[in-house]
Design a protein around this ligand. Structure first.
Ligand code: GLN
Length: 425
């Protein structure tokens, strides 16, 4: 049976067929000559399953969709503070190839426009024989889980007409924002942009970002969680250049476009998507690609600002039981993800109806994940209960709170589910 998800992706390609506005990038001859009728879409879930439709095997250059990944590598090489000292994170409101420098700091406004991306590229370390471009390609390969190469025809074509980027780089160099050699930085940056990919590769790369930096197929942690979050924030505010505000209100997911016609989108915790169609709108974003993403977001309810159902209470039930040795115990049976909104009802229950038994058991057998805020709140609640003379036991077979201690550092006694059922029997 063909997956209905594939049928749905086919329908997006069909429904947007009439979108033929815009034109291929004219300042790079090789891109200007692209077949404008091509279209493709791919979606990758956080378990690594890729669904692709249209010209899914067609390779095209990654262009500016390389920028977030280059930025990630620069941050992994030097640390966030170092990179933030050199490149800002404010949307520029300008076209991607403007010389947008913050008038106060003299830094490029953000790493998604060319000024910031050329500086970013110059921050990627070489390692022995490996140049920054070699490292970028290796990184793309890890993200896409297959070898990624430079399309030499695209790279040479752009290098031959790179006057504007060279101009930007010399101005950046002259104003102190690009310490490296301007020509070398632009050459490396252009080769990074000429990496050849398909929509399926891009969907996997985007899914890695959706997955907190863990490549969903190989399980490799390719970005640390903090860098991943930072990156997605910059994509959300700056990824679509001077159309970023319109994009965030309509499609509502962190994204990045490229001048060859690709767009990647990331729905944190859920999916990575990629679309391709070479004709560009006035902002340099794929016109049909934007239409495909708008449809997808609307139909699948992907908008990040959609207020989802409030998380259900983490307190499933409160049991008052007598144990085999005659003592009485209060058992709080918890469930789901413990976040602030779900754990609040447990805390409120304990505050308004303090347990009437000295022994208090938290049964966490049905808990999936405990967020730091919930762990902190639980530690503080545990400390208060201990101070009031209660004995606390945690049943946590999945190890959702390993080494759980109260906020004074006192380790909390643990029981296995078997110990609990033996004690109650
Ligand atoms: N290599 C292209 C350039 O620098 C990338 C621009 C883009 O994709 N928006 O002009």
């Amino acid at each position: 049976m063909r997956s209905p998800i594939l049928d749905y992706l086919d329908s997006i390609i069909a429904t947007t067929e009439h979108v033929d506005s815009g034109s291929t990038a004219d300042y790079i001859p090789e891109l200007a000559a692209a077949d404008p009728t091509r279209a493709a879409i791919a979606l990758c879930t956080s378990n690594g399953t890729v669904y692709a439709s249209g010209d899914a095997d067609h390779e095209f250059s990654i262009q500016s969709m390389s920028k977030p990944f280059a930025y990630a590598l620069a941050i992994e090489d030097h640390g966030l503070e170092y990179v933030l000292d050199r490149i800002g994170v404010e949307p520029s409101g300008d076209a991607f190839n403007e010389l947008s420098l913050d008038p106060e700091t003299g830094k490029p406004r953000n790493p998604m426009i060319n000024a910031g991306a050329i500086t970013t590229h110059s921050l990627i370390n070489s390692e022995g024989e490996k140049t920054a471009v070699d490292r970028m390609l290796e990184y793309f390969g890890d993200l896409a889980d297959r070898p990624i190469r430079v399309d030499e025809a695209v790279a040479n074509s752009e290098l031959a007409t790179a006057h504007r980027n060279l101009g930007l780089a010399y101005l950046l160099h002259g104003s102190g924002a690009l310490p490296a050699d301007p020509t070398e930085s632009v050459t490396g940056y252009i080769r990074q942009c000429a990496a050849s990919v398909t929509v399926s590769d891009l969907a996997l790369m985007a899914a890695t970002l959706a997955n907190g930096g863990v490549q969903p197929k190989t399980g490799k942690q390719l970005l640390c969680r903090r860098t991943n979050r930072h990156l997605l924030s910059v994509m959300a505010s700056c990824g679509m250049y001077d159309a970023a505000g319109n994009w965030l209100t309509t499609v509502g997911i962190p994204a990045k476009s490229g001048v060859a016609g690709g767009i990647i989108g990331v729905l944190p915790g859920q999916i990575g998507v990629a679309v391709f169609s070479p004709r560009l709108d006035a902002h340099g974003n794929s016109a049909r690609g934007v239409a495909m993403m708008e449809l997808l977001s609307e139909d699948m309810g992907l908008h990040l600002m959609e207020a989802t159902r409030p998380s259900r209470s983490s307190l499933r039930e409160t049991q008052l039981v007598s144990l085999v040795d005659g003592t009485e115990a209060t058992i709080y049976v918890l469930q789901g993800d413990l976040v602030l909104s779900s754990i609040e009802s447990l805390v409120q229950e304990i505050v308004t109806h303090p347990p009437r038994t000295d022994l208090v058991v938290f049964d966490m057998s049905r808990v999936d994940e405990v967020m730091p805020v919930a762990e902190r709140t639980s530690s503080e609640t545990a400390a208060k209960l201990i101070e009031e003379g209660y004995r606390i036991i945690v049943v946590d077979p999945e190890g959702t709170v390993e080494n759980f201690a109260d906020s004074h550092g006192r380790t909390i006694e643990r029981w296995t589910p078997e110990q609990l059922s033996d004690a109650v029997r």
